[in-house]
Design a protein around this ligand. Sequence first.
Ligand SMILES: NC(=O)c1ccc[n+]([C@@H]2O[C@H](COP(=O)([O-])OP(=O)(O)OC[C@H]3O[C@@H](n4cnc5c(N)ncnc54)[C@H](OP(=O)(O)O)[C@@H]3O)[C@@H](O)[C@H]2O)c1
Length: 223
Amino acid sequence: MSLPLQGQIIFVTGASRGIGRACAIAFSQLGGHCILSGRTQSGLIETDDLIRAQGGQATLLPLDLGQHDQIDNVGPSIAQRFGRLDMWIHAAFHPTPLMPLVQLPDAAWEKNIAVNLTGCWHLIRTLSPLLNQAPQGHAIFLQNMASTEAFWGPIAAIQAALQNLIECWKKEISHLSPLQIHSFKPVPTATRLRSQFFPAEKKEALALPETIAQQIVSLIIPS
Ligand SMILES: NC(=O)c1ccc[n+]([C@@H]2O[C@H](COP(=O)([O-])OP(=O)(O)OC[C@H]3O[C@@H](n4cnc5c(N)ncnc54)[C@H](OP(=O)(O)O)[C@@H]3O)[C@@H](O)[C@H]2O)c1
């Protein structure tokens, strides 16, 4: 019996752990071939091993979203190797430490913008030619855990900027392509990111990354 995503190519950022990894595994179980992206090779290999253990296949693409010239090669490389791209799941996120805005060092602000905002724009630019050609393409952006409370300024700024970027991209492509662009906000989930921001929180009270991945699957394949 053929699986619903058989033959589809799916690019996953943040695939080295957490929600990105869980999505890569869940979409591979549905027959998709995931391109696993992130900086940590050992994490990407572990995700690949988990996918292979379930009979799936994946391709590793180590990538630092702060290296914008590397990102620009991603679309052409996928085109050359696979000739198509059906889905992009954007789960990568660089956590900026929580601190008063007046104490935030230049380097922390600049990295936040470079990885979380400029990196995402470069990905949109390099991936959209392929995604626009997909007969049933999807781009899924995970919203961050932004809050407009004290000390969350850089993260809240990224969330607002990304939401607007995504809305504009949606309108730009609406007459050109069947690509569907989704923005999804996970409930608090037990990942390294969550424990960095909320170290004292009880993990048992949090959702599992696998649960979030199934909710994201449901966006694409309603049950
Ligand atoms: N966990 C939650 O409760 C929660 C709630 C709401 C929203 N979210 C959102 O869900 C998404 C996934 O978060 P998560 O909780 O799964 O976090 P996570 O487990 O810490 O994963 C973050 C991912 O981002 C990648 N990343 C970080 N810096 C990068 C860089 N410079 N270049 C490329 N990749 C980079 C990491 O890979 P490498 O370090 O290997 O590069 C890792 O795979 C994030 O957007 C987060 O804001 C999470």
